[in-house]
Design a protein around this ligand. Structure first.
Ligand code: SF4
Length: 242
């Protein structure tokens, strides 16, 4: 089963506790959500073309017709690997939409899954081959879906499944509108699984900065229930990287 992939390239992870680590990124197309802050809106739909970096980190791309087969993607990952590269980032869009395809990848490198956590059944299919799971929990003000409580239920289930076998952390985008009340959904959900799961508050990258006083308040609020609360911005944007 081939997959619609938007781009494959080598860069530096810019989010979460693994920021700074070199990865080969495989960015899948299609997403079931429509977050207001989405920084890859082009990947929500199928384009039929995948751009592939010609040399690791060069920013030069050739293009291939999508969908792509697992064997081709595995070969491409191998060609884009370098001495300092640590993981293959499966990102998007929503990579869990391609759980069956991900199972066909034939690579010896650790797989790093970046998911919106909306598909517990698909997470179950690949949990044994994922080394690190970066799991989003969306907040009501992200305006991602018309069924927030259904999404939240699926997110908590997905995180619980991935946490059984993968090094798992949770990422929550903080907007200037975020309140303790809206964040409490995410806090309670993570606490119900394991209060030691790293809980990353990522201030939204936008002209409207999240006030530091709000960030401090929200960190302390989360810290009442969770053991490992951190605030980490998108660092790849500071370096002007993909
Ligand atoms: S889940 Fe990710 S890819 Fe999907 S709309 Fe939200 S930010 Fe964009």
């Amino acid at each position: 089963m081939p997959a619609y992939i938007n781009e494959i390239f080598n860069s530096i992870q810019g989010e979460g506790p693994y920021a700074g680590m070199r990865q080969v990124f495989v960015r899948f197309e299609k997403c079931q959500l429509h977050c207001s802050y989405c920084d890859t809106p082009r990947t929500r739909d199928i384009s039929g073309t995948c751009r592939i970096e010609t040399k690791p980190g060069s920013g030069d791309f050739s293009s291939a017709k999508a969908p792509l087969q697992g064997e081709y993607v595995s070969d491409t990952i191998g060609k884009l690997w370098t001495n300092s590269t640590k993981h293959v980032s499966l990102t998007g869009g929503e990579p869990l939409l391609y759980a069956d395809f991900i199972r066909t990848l034939n690579v010896e490198y650790p797989l790093y899954l970046e998911t919106n956590s909306g598909f517990p059944d698909k997470a179950r299919k690949i949990k044994n081959i994922i080394a690190i799971a970066s799991c989003d929990i969306k907040l009501p003000e992200h305006d991602c879906t018309d069924n927030y409580l259904d999404l939240l239920k699926n997110e908590i289930k997905t995180i619980s499944i991935l946490n059984e076998t993968a090094k798992t952390f949770v990422k929550v985008i903080i907007m200037p509108e975020t309140t303790k009340e809206s964040l409490s959904f995410a806090i309670e959900g993570v606490k119900s699984i394991d209060k030691n799961i790293p809980f990353i508050l990522q201030p939204v990258t936008s002209k409207n900065l999240v006030p530091s006083s709000l960030l401090f308040d929200l960190m302390d609020f989360a810290g009442e229930k969770l053991k490992d609360v951190r605030a980490i911005p998108q660092t790849h944007k500071m370096m002007n990287l993909l």
